[in-house]
Ligand binder design. Structure first.
Ligand code: ZN
Length: 304
């Protein structure tokens, strides 16, 4: 049976993979986006990556059933056009599906990367067999996606599921992603965790969220207090999201989810305390680093 090509356009990383209809990743590769070099150079690198993974999987691009492309918003799904996504300054009105079809051959579909990842987890990952699923990716920023009644939910303009911009503190920290104040992303994204650690004097230099997690594991009291407040923001945000959608499952992926039980145990406990009657389970994504590519391929299979 024919495979699909999944392409993921991130702010720091481009990824591509050939994915079988059962979700198996037949080949995978990633490279730096270098977004500052502009869309023409970035898109050319993306298609080079696509040809490379096709060669690794032993298929010609033209033999693939279709191409799915995941990217952060805002974007125009119907037009297949990037509308200067927040994470790609200057990438304005890029007709990425038309370019992909011209360069690679198969019909191409563009979708929000959070929606794509949610669908990937629903079809092939932690959410198999579930009707209603919320996906959150906690990495540089916080993205999200919704699968409701077994189908991706996109909203009126195709940009639903921006779950990182749920307010957890009115008038709070400025959000780098959207410019408003007090978003979940402004507290619990990897970038925000690292910034808050520096502001609190817990770590110095240019730490990452992984450095904060390591300090928590080492028993550092300042890092532990900072992590507790981070988890508290997650509890607040996820509780609001669960109240809004009543999903069976909340799937959490992204780099910060690698904190594992350090994140999931207190998050589950906090949700049980705040929403005692809610049965939504909170689980890690199964897609790992490949969730974007698998999700983009899931979109491609939907569109075939
Ligand atoms: Zn925001």
């Amino acid at each position: 049976v024919e495979s699909a090509l999944g392409l993921d356009i991130g702010g720091t990383k481009l990824a591509a993979g050939v994915v079988a209809p059962d979700g198996e990743v037949r080949s995978f590769a990633a490279t730096a986006t270098h977004r500052e070099q502009g869309p023409a150079a970035g898109i050319a690198r993306l298609f080079d990556l696509a040809r490379k993974v096709c060669a690794e999987a032993g298929v010609a691009p033209a033999d693939l059933v279709s191409t799915g492309i995941g990217c952060g918003g805002p974007l125009d799904r119907d037009a297949g056009m990037l509308r200067e996504p927040l994470h790609l300054p200057g990438w304005r009105d890029v007709p990425v599906t038309a370019l992909a079809e011209r360069e690679l051959g198969p019909p191409a579909t563009l979708d929000n990367d959070g929606t794509a990842a949610a669908l990937g987890e629903h079809r092939f990952g932690a959410g198999r067999g579930v009707d209603n699923l919320v996906y959150l990716t906690v990495s540089t920023g916080i993205g999200g996606g919704l699968v409701l009644r077994g189908q991706p939910y996109r909203g009126a303009s195709g940009n639903a599921g921006e779950l990182g911009h749920v307010t957890v503190e009115r008038g709070g920290r400025r959000c780098r992603g959207c410019g408003r104040r007090g978003c979940l992303e402004a507290y619990a994204s990897g970038t925000s965790i690292a910034e808050r650690a520096v502001e609190a004097g817990v770590l110095c230099g240019q730490p990452t969220a992984a450095d904060v997690v390591a300090a928590v594991r080492a028993g550092d009291p300042g890092a532990t207090a900072l992590w507790d407040s981070t988890v508290d923001a997650m509890v607040c945000g996820v509780a609001s999201i669960v109240n809004a959608f009543d999903p069976e499952l909340v799937v959490i992926g992204g780099g910060v989810s690698r904190a594992g039980e350090l994140l999931f145990d207190p998050l589950r406990a906090g949700l049980r305390a705040e929403l005692p009657d809610v049965r939504a389970r909170v689980v890690p994504a199964l897609g790992g680093d490949r969730v974007g590519v698998v999700g983009a391929a899931a979109i491609a299979f939907e569109e075939r």
